[in-house]
Ligand binder design. Structure first.
Ligand code: T5A
Length: 205
């Protein structure tokens, strides 16, 4: 099963992924945790470039870069793990491109869908957990690491608000679940584990 976590920066995806991984391993599942951009050697190199302040990137260049990383990630990590019967937990996937480069930067959504489709070969997640929270709350959480803000995190609140609205607009499908990311960590983990276990029972039956 392929599970993706999405949401704006600071919404708690990485924290939740750690808890999900532990809970699912305790259930006896083999789990692979990975992320985008990244996940493979070339993907991590692209990530470094993508997040660096040292380069100015056109929105379409951003879209092609994350999708170059994604093509390698899908072929080298995600598809083999799924074929081996593992649960793949992925920090961000296609919705991030649609939300950041589409809703955030203004790249045409039809073009983005087409680019992502080529990169994924049509692979779609079975479940997408969307961590939703106001931008102001997420920014306050990240405030302590102001000096370490990457190129995208450093964008203004208006950009992040468009990205948040993008994630919510994309979440209107049966495979998406929107979680209130302002909830305490333990409560969020319980809700997320419940959703993943429910989806697993559907996949198995
Ligand atoms: N990107 C990515 C694109 O533009 N296009 C794309 O196609 C893709 C794939 C990737 C960047 O690339 C962009 C989007 C991103 O800008 P990233 O590292 O994956 O960067 O994403 P970030 O969201 O920046 O990762 P962060 O680590 O900043 O945020 P998380 O993972 O959402 O949040 P987390 O877990 O690190 O938590 C943040 C803080 O909140 C606390 C944590 O302890 C931590 O201090 N916290 C909570 N506090 C209270 N209650 C809770 N429930 C909490 N959960 C966590």
């Amino acid at each position: 099963m392929f599970v993706v976590l999405e949401g704006i920066e600071g919404s708690g995806k990485t924290t939740l992924l750690g808890g999900l991984e532990e809970g699912l391993r305790e259930d006896g599942h083999a789990v692979v945790v990975t992320r985008e951009p990244g996940g493979s050697r070339i993907g991590e190199a692209i990530r470094e470039l993508f997040l660096s302040h040292s380069v100015a990137l056109e929105p379409l260049t951003e879209a092609f870069l994350v999708n170059a990383a994604r093509a390698q990630h899908v072929a080298e990590v995600i598809r083999p793990a799924l074929a081996a019967g593992r649960i793949v937990l992925c920090d961000r996937f296609v919705d991030s491109t649609l939300a950041y480069q589409g809703y955030g930067r203004g790249v045409d959504l039809h073009q983005l869908h087409a680019i992502c489709e080529v990169a994924t070969g049509g692979l779609e997640p079975d479940l997408v957990l969307v961590m939703d929270m106001p931008v102001s709350v997420a920014s306050a959480r990240l405030h302590g690491r102001l000096e370490m803000m990457d190129r995208i995190e450093s964008e203004n609140d208006g950009f992040h608000a468009r990205v948040r609205q993008g994630f919510l607009a994309l979440a209107l499908t049966p495979r998406h679940r929107v979680l209130d990311a302002t909830l305490p960590e333990k409560r969020l983990l319980d809700l997320a584990l419940h959703e993943v276990r429910k989806q697993l029972s559907i996949e198995i039956s």
